[in-house]
Design a protein around this ligand. Structure first.
Ligand code: CTP
Ligand code: MN
Ligand code: MN
Length: 444
């Protein structure tokens, strides 16, 4: 619900002249035909002020108050319906010609230093529930799980925004220095946003600073992260992912003839490069999946290719489902690994920095392996195939439109108060009343 107190007070609309805030500090107005208004709701006053300042510095006109002079309304994370209801209450005569846009348009425009061309994905559609039958047939679905998103229309910038949380991209433009540091520090495997922030606040500026500072105590994960930093910050190719698949498959079959190993994550969605390689490991032998994973890791160690392993034992308990926080990490046994991949194991050799050869015949690669019990296989496969945005939308769709809770463990029907079984991903889509989407079309 929109709370009246959070909206700009109506009386402010009278004070139009005060509301106009052009570029400051002698920056010329570069785009006189574009007048922005940033919706404070969800964005918050501080951030709104911040973004307005940024836009003005780049020669944009930003109005503090919503009036009929505004041409572009920019909103962040607001529900289309609520936003439009509020806009209609403002009784603006220019509402039909007003561009109501997602923050993504703003972000792109700030990066380009000019108002970028409006595309369908930028518009926040007015969805009138009572008028839905009169809507044109082509309305961009609100949920990625109802759209077909291949790797071609993959938008790098949006993905970045989504992976780093709320509009990190904008902060990048704003606080270039801080952003660059945090990005640098978190690029080390084992260094999360909290540690990165701490290092930044402590005045550390380079990775060497972190290595040499006597006050910094690295845990074993971070030590491995630093040791292999160059290798694991380099993209993993599809050929490398397939080579690792072969190595893990052989190792798994060496342990159990029933072992099932499936490539998931970005590579299953058809991506050519990834930051790691994700696998799902299981077995029809009930309750044996975690032992299988541990044996697999052991086998890799004996082969001398295990450079690092962070194992998370299973905390899965069927009696605790559905969990309270359905969005959290799954409870299955999983291992976050760093593996050694040899040139000779990969078609064309391993990825190296452009034009360089350091004399090594191998590189380090990050590998994730999750081991769910077989009856949870379809849910985990769906969850680990991603993309993150696709999963988020699928879960939101299940909750809001179907009164169902979906996660990597299962699908709970709140109306029927029961779990819906699934052997394959297709079964899950069917339960949700959605057309099945191949992994290649889940690149939202
Ligand atoms: N995932 C998950 N639980 C985890 C880790 C990952 O459910 N503990 C899911 C993520 O939601 C994501 C998928 O597994 O959808 C793959 O994660 P990740 O490797 O981070 O992303 P990719 O899409 O594979 O991207 P990249 O190619 O950069 O690795
Ligand atoms: Mn991945
Ligand atoms: Mn991963």
């Amino acid at each position: 619900m929109l709370h009246a107190t959070m909206l700009p007070p109506m009386r402010k609309r009278q004070r139009r002249t005060e509301g106009t805030e052009g570029p400051r500090y002698g920056v010329e107005v570069k785009f006189p035909d574009v007048r922005l208004y940033l919706v404070e709701k969800k964005m918050g006053a501080t951030r709104r002020g911040f973004l307005a300042q940024l836009a003005r510095a780049k020669g944009f006109l930003v109005e503090d108050v919503l009036s009929e002079r505004v041409t572009h309304v920019v909103s962040e994370q607001n529900q289309a319906q609520e936003l439009w209801q509020w806009l209609r209450r403002q009784a603006l005569n220019n509402l039909p010609t007003l561009h109501v846009l997602d923050i993504g348009w703003f972000t792109d425009s700030m990066r380009e230093g000019r108002p970028v061309t409006l595309e369908a994905r930028h518009h926040i559609q007015d969805i009138l529930p009572e008028a839905s039958t009169h809507l044109p047939v082509v309305v961009l679905s609100r949920y990625a799980c109802q759209r077909r998103t291949s790797t071609e229309n993959h938008n790098e910038i949006f993905t970045e925004i989504l992976q780093c949380g709320r509009s990190f991209e904008v902060e990048k433009i704003l606080c270039n220095d801080r952003y660059q540091r945090l990005k640098l520090f978190t690029s080390v495997f084992g260094v999360g946003p909290k540690t990165a922030e701490k290092w930044h606040r402590g005045g550390l500026r380079t990775l060497n600073d972190a290595l040499e500072d006597p006050g910094v105590e690295l845990n074993s994960m971070q030590k491995a992260g630093f040791r292999h930093h160059g290798d694991i910050s380099r993209a993993v190719s599809r050929a490398e992912a397939l080579a690792l698949g072969e190595i893990l498959h052989q190792a798994a079959l060496g342990i159990s003839a029933h072992a099932v190993l499936v490539l998931t994550g970005g590579f299953r969605r058809g991506k050519e490069f990834g930051h790691d390689v994700d696998f799902l490991l299981s077995t029809p032998e009930q309750g044996k999946e975690e032992t299988l994973l541990l044996s697999l890791v052991d086998s890799l160690r004996r082969q001398g290719i295990l450079l690092y392993c962070d194992h998370h034992p299973s905390t899965f308990d069927i009696n605790n489902l559905p969990g309270v926080s359905f969005e959290a990490m799954d409870h299955f046994a999983k291992s976050f690994l760093i593996l050694r991949l040899e040139d000779r194991q990969v078609e064309g050799g391993v990825q190296r920095p452009e034009g360089q050869h350091d004399g090594r015949s191998w590189r380090a690669v990050r590998v994730d392996v999750v081991a769910p019990p077989m009856e949870r296989y379809a849910f985990t496969l769906l969850g680990w195939t991603g993309s993150r945005q696709f999963e988020r939308d699928l879960r939101r769709f299940a909750r809001k439109e179907k009164r169902m809770l979906l996660d990597n463990h299962g699908l709970w029907d709140k109306t029927k108060k029961e779990f819906l079984p699934a052997e394959r991903e297709e079964d899950i889509f069917a339960h949700l009343g959605l057309e099945y989407l191949e992994p290649q079309l889940r690149n939202a």
